[in-house]
Design a protein around this ligand. Structure first.
Ligand SMILES: *[C@@H]1O[C@H](CO)[C@@H](O)[C@H](O)[C@H]1NC(C)=O
Ligand SMILES: *[C@@H]1O[C@H](CO)[C@@H](O)[C@H](O)[C@H]1NC(C)=O
Ligand SMILES: *[C@@H]1O[C@H](CO)[C@@H](O)[C@H](O)[C@H]1NC(C)=O
Ligand SMILES: *[C@@H]1O[C@H](CO)[C@@H](O)[C@H](O)[C@H]1NC(C)=O
Ligand SMILES: *[C@@H]1O[C@H](CO)[C@@H](O)[C@H](O)[C@H]1NC(C)=O
Ligand SMILES: *[C@@H]1O[C@H](CO)[C@@H](O)[C@H](O)[C@H]1NC(C)=O
Length: 841
């Protein structure tokens, strides 16, 4: 509970600070994934896993149809059309026992660290791949013949190419045969951007200033600025990382904390270092601060880039998480940067470190020529500077002391595309898709720290999250993401394996409305079904990425739902289930054709999965229709005819029991009863725990159902009165008698489809799950109660009689049982009558 309050306070504080500083409030930028797909609902996915872990390094060769995977102690070559087809090839590359022993003696963990984690895997030339592994804190690299796919007899030293530590931030590229890597290689060494496998190996400068401070690298991107360059510019490699800030920052750090900020740096490909000054060092290193949503989001997690065929159109998408001082919260921000914004910073004024004041400030003095840090262009060549070795000392001295730019790189539009609470994005990949309207849309795939993928389409300066998909059953960070256009797949690497997921699952959208509301640029409606645009002739297809609601003639696709009858006794509660498939849809209920008020009406509560009528009165009878309303489109989802009987027929238990039970004969009955008793005990235990927690929370107001996930949906049900009601019912209970004093539950006629959005919670059906482990999501969430109500009222079970013996389980104390009896008492006659309404029109 206190955790929840902390979060709330922190959120309020953040929102307050944000608006005070003129930043948009985070809620404006929050987006809820339209649909939620849990692991069990996945379709068309393929999973690859062998007897190892950490499938973190992916190299896709789409034209060859091969996905190479660097894992712990192995490299795999998988068929990219189906990673699980069993045709994979394997290179076993384990660290030797001696090196593992050394590693252990260095005090490293032999369960996670003292292995050969393959961290680098790229194409070296037409015949060979290049791979580096941590080799139990003793990095090695190897050129691997891709056809033979076996380890060579000769290895290369890896200590300047690959980090020792498997968890250290690291990025690397092979460009024209040169190996460009950035990391902190050894624990004691300084972070460094290096070039190896090149006649002119280069490093960053360490004195008198460290160009990099405790940098944690995330990504590197080659931008081919030499292509068709009118000024004879050079290709550049951009680096993205988080580092300790030397300069004053706009962040609020308490003094004990060292500010860390996100940065972008770059070097020129043709840099060969200086002659005397900056010998074997970069002469083109420049870095600038990368701002997303200060002062909060400073930890860079992942960067994806795209261009439209020419470098000037390059955009970078970057995912950030909260800075360390907000460690009690989880949240992410996503920003987009244009290459011109980055260049603008690099062309602006420099910062300079004032030794006397011991701080960085803007440098306004004279700047030597050619401009320090720039690549060799035609302009410099005309002046006789053919390479970086020709640069005058004044320029190199200046470079040495001015690695940092004064201007910050600001996101496109001045603000994040997205700020998302309760999510830590760990990876981001980006694709560009041409929609039927002719426009290109950027689609982001964002992997979370707990194994989900959010797919989002960027529309103008906003973002729409099409869905959130749980790709791993066991929560684990998504460590790599690669998109294949040929296979139309996304490969997701994580600790337990590689998951191949289709870029789009259009068939999930069952109606035209559903298909266009999804706003998935990969999908369109063809008149009968929602289909992938890539494989369907575009004539007659309907799609609306811009506004998500135009083009359908009707909500065609689904038939009219069948009418269902419900009969209850006055005073009972009844739930009319109506599952909203979209998290963005609003449920609209019509009673006899006019709208049921959502709020303000005591006895009618509209929730995400149905309409709850409590304490029914005869005037609640009528025809109920449930619609889903989203972006102005209405779809009928369910229709009920509810009859509220004014009073209990005489001898209610006697009347109902024969109906339900007396038809079953002796033996069957016994079997039934024993099965049922088992069920009851389970149900009781589960309900008791959930109820106990919910009721004790005494929380009033809105329920956040179950999931701690950001997409958690809200049920506007106020059930904080469960204790009060329970008590009242307890008093009334005396009037009712139970001839055989036995509580039984038998399966009702209800559809067994789970209506709960709390998909992680076990449903109460055999085989019996273990007693609820009180997962973290329940400790602050009230969530449980409506779920229980739903289960019981949604007709999945019918309660016959109350058992007199206490339903005590050795696991739970008497108070749980008491709570349980209260709720069961309250429910009992409701359920009795439900057997009467099996008829459907
Ligand atoms: C991958 O699998 C597909 C379909 O089974 C097959 O046609 C293709 O040849 C395989 N590719 C490789 C590289 O083995
Ligand atoms: C790890 O080291 C411990 C001793 O520190 C040893 O007992 C254990 O067997 C080692 N595990 C492996 C997998 O080598
Ligand atoms: C590719 O690189 C490897 C390792 O350096 C080398 O042995 C091989 O000859 C190269 N192949 C080509 C075609 O250059
Ligand atoms: C490898 O996987 C294990 C098991 O999930 C995890 O604990 C460890 O952090 C992973 N290591 C790396 C370097 O990803
Ligand atoms: C630069 O290259 C040009 C043409 O290749 C040559 O004439 C000139 O002498 C070179 N300058 C230096 C400083 O090497
Ligand atoms: C709805 O219509 C039914 C039948 O026409 C009627 O019995 C009932 O009272 C109506 N309910 C309301 C709330 O108007």
């Amino acid at each position: 509970m206190s955790g929840g309050t902390d979060h709330l306070l922190a959120a309020l504080f953040m929102a307050g600070v944000a608006s005070a500083m003129g930043y948009p409030s985070t809620t404006d930028l929050d987006a809820t994934p339209r649909t939620t797909v849990t692991f069990d609902e996945l379709s068309g996915v393929r999973f690859f896993s062998m007897h190892t872990l950490n499938y973190s390094t992916l190299l896709l060769e789409d034209d060859q149809g091969i996905l190479y995977v660097g894992a712990r102690g192995a490299i795999f070559a998988l068929n990219s059309s189906d990673v699980a087809d069993g045709s994979h090839r394997t290179i076993h590359w384990e660290a030797s026992p001696e090196k593992r022993m050394d590693c252990l003696q260095k005090g490293k963990n032999n369960k996670t660290e003292c292995f050969n984690h393959v961290r680098f895997l790229q194409r070296l030339n037409s015949t060979h791949l290049y791979a580096c592994g941590t080799y139990a804190f003793h990095p090695l690299c190897a050129a691997i013949d891709a056809n033979r796919f076996e380890l060579p007899s000769h290895f290369e030293e890896g200590k300047e190419k690959c980090p020792y530590d498997p968890a250290r931030g690291y990025t690397g590229l092979i460009v024209d045969g040169g190996l460009y890597t950035a990391t902190r290689y050894e624990f004691r060494s300084l972070p460094d951007i290096r070039r190896n496998l090149h006649q002119r190996p280069l490093k960053t400068e360490e004195s008198p200033l460290h160009w990099l401070n405790d940098a944690e690298f995330v990504a590197s991107v080659l931008v081919q600025e030499s292509k068709d360059s009118p000024v004879g510019d050079d290709d550049k490699i951009y680096y993205f990382f988080t580092e300790r800030a030397g300069e004053e920052t706009t962040s609020f750090y308490d003094k004990s904390q060292v500010a860390r900020v996100a940065r972008v740096a770059r070097v020129c490909k043709s840099d060969v270092g200086g002659k005397k000054i900056l010998q074997r060092k970069w002469t083109s290193f420049m870095k600038a601060r990368l701002v997303c949503y200060i002062p909060y989001y400073e930890v860079l997690r992942s960067v994806g880039s795209l261009d439209a065929g020419n470098w000037a159109s390059t955009v970078f998408y970057a995912a950030f998480t909260l800075s360390a001082q907000w460690r009690t919260m989880e949240a992410s921000a996503v920003c987009r940067y244009s290459i011109s914004a980055v260049q603008h910073a690099f062309e602006g004024p420099y910062m300079e470190y004032q030794d006397s004041a011991r701080k960085w400030s803007r440098y306004d003095g004279a700047v030597p020529e050619p401009r320090p840090g720039s690549c060799i262009t035609d302009h410099s060549r005309r002046k006789g500077y053919n390479s970086s070795q020709d640069l005058p000392n004044s320029v190199l001295d200046f470079v040495k002391l001015h690695p940092l730019m004064f201007e910050e790189v600001k996101p496109a539009g001045g603000e994040p595309l997205l700020v998302k609470k309760n999510v830590a994005y760990s990876q981001l990949a980006v694709d560009r898709v041409q929609a039927l309207d002719g426009h290109y849309y950027d689609v982001l795939f964002m992997g979370t720290g707990d194994g989900w993928i959010h797919k989002a389409v960027v529309v103008g300066s906003g973002i729409h999250i099409v869905d959130e998909v749980q790709v791993f059953r066991d929560p684990q960070p998504v460590e790599s993401l690669v998109i294949s256009h040929v296979q139309r797949s996304l490969y997701v690497g994580a600790a337990s394996g590689i998951m191949q997921v289709p870029l789009a699952s259009c068939a999930r959208y069952a109606s035209c409305y559903d298909c266009i509301l999804a706003r998935d640029p990969y999908c369109a409606w063809d008149g009968r079904a929602c289909r992938p645009t890539a494989t369907t002739a575009s004539a007659g297809l309907v799609q609306d990425i811009q506004s998500g609601n135009k083009g359908c003639r009707s909500s065609s696709g689904r038939g009219f739902p069948t009418w269902k009858n419900r009969t209850v006794l006055q005073g009972d509660d009844v739930l009319l289930p109506c599952d909203q498939r979209s998290n963005l849809a609003r449920a609209v209920w019509l009673l006899n054709g006019s709208q049921v008020p959502g709020a303000g009406q005591d006895r009618l509560r509209v929730g995400v999965d149905g309409l709850l009528v409590t304490d029914t009165l005869p005037q609640h009878s009528g025809e109920y229709r449930c619609y889903s309303e989203e972006r102005g489109l209405r779809t009928l989802l369910a229709a009920y005819s509810l009859s509220v009987l004014p009073e209990l027929p005489r001898g209610p238990t006697a009347a109902a029991r024969p109906h339900a039970a007396s038809q079953t004969d002796g033996d069957v009955k016994v079997a039934y009863v024993s099965a049922i008793v088992a069920l009851v005990v389970l149900c009781a235990v589960l309900s008791a725990v959930l109820l106990y927690m919910s009721c004790l929370e005494k929380r009033k107001g809105k329920y956040v159902l179950g999931e701690p996930r950001p997409a958690s949906v809200e049920l506007q049900t106020v059930s904080a009165n469960c204790l009060r009601k329970g008590r009242r019912e307890e008093e009334e209970e005396e009037e009712l008698t139970y001839p055989d004093g036995c509580l039984r539950i038998i399966p009702g006629e209800a559809p067994t489809a789970p209506t709960s959005p709390v998909k992680e919670l076990p449903t109460v059906v055999p085989p019996l799950p273990p007693p609820p482990p009180l997962p973290a999501e329940l400790t602050n969430g009230v969530g449980a109660l409506p779920n229980v109500l739903r289960k019981m009222n949604g007709n999945s079970y019918m309660l016959l009689q109350q058992q007199e013996e206490p339903l005590a389980s050795p696991l739970y104390s008497a108070s749980f049982t008491e709570e349980l009896s209260k709720i069961l008492e309250k429910r009992k006659h409701t359920q009795l009558v439900e057997k009467l309404d099996e008829s459907s029109v």
